[in-house]
Design a protein around this ligand. Sequence first.
Ligand code: DAH
Length: 336
Amino acid sequence: MTLAELENAKAESLQEIAAAADAAAVEALRVKYVGRNGSIPALIKAMKDVPKEERPAFGKAVQAWRAEVEAALAAKGAGSAGEKAVDADLTLPGRWRSLGVKHPLSRVIEETAAIFGKLGFTVADGPELENRFNNFTALNTPAHHPSMDRSDTFWFGDDCLLRTQTSPVQIRTMMQNKPPIRVICPGRTYRRDTTDATHSANFHQIEGLYVDTKPVSLADLKSVLAYFAKEMMGDGVTVRFRPHFFPFTEPSVEVDFSCHVCKGKGCAVCKQSGWIEVAGAGMVDPRVFRHVGYDPAEVSGYAFGFGVERIAMIKYGIPDIRWLYENDVRFLSQLA
Ligand code: DAH
């Protein structure tokens, strides 16, 4: 097609469109000229056969033709036929889509970070693959301690293991920082436990650590945990300490929350005792300070650690730990 022929074809097409009597005629012309197999796309495809020196001018003319045809078609209402045919009942309610909800474990971790954040604690992180020193030795765990057994801990060689607790993050944090230190350390932990309603080989803990050059006491620890208990479990929940032993704290305590369900009167949740065990805690042992290069004569501090699953289970009344890992929407959506 020469340029002159193109101009003729263009004039003809515009006349045809102007003369189109109804929507069907307009649509037929749309297909004829600019449809997928229409004459204008065909010309564009054939452009490679046009002599090179004529190609720019020819290309321009084809594009101009296309633009004019499209404008003419639009003026005749092409394309709106489909819209007119839409047969929708606009009074129907919209389609409901469920919003995602946060997993109970994520909630407990985020709420804990927010509660301790108000007390000046920041969140510290550490690797799940640890070495013997950070997970055991620096935490004053004796070399023969059963927790180091191959049957209790996932070892990779002699010095590499999946951390059995979040306490090694205490060690890392103290080695990298100077007191005062106020951190909580949430994360995954691993033990060679057989899975049942209350055990999982992979669970979560939150560690807490406060170290300062001014004296820190067990009373400070208790008041902070009492605040946490109230914020996490609700007004009226209190804490009590029971003497215990951990290698990395001295003295060591186990921490109970008063039962948030029966308010301490005794019920099935607290096994009639009025109390629920939630955490281990204590004053950081001087040997731990020495392992991280601190002088126990100059610093003191407390530490605590608790299971995220345990808090989630008592807070939300979840009877089986496995429900937390199955991601069954019937379970998860109940927190919406
Ligand atoms: N790491 C302990 C455990 O896994 C929990 C714990 C107890 C952490 C006492 C502490 C602590 O920081 O002071 O059983």
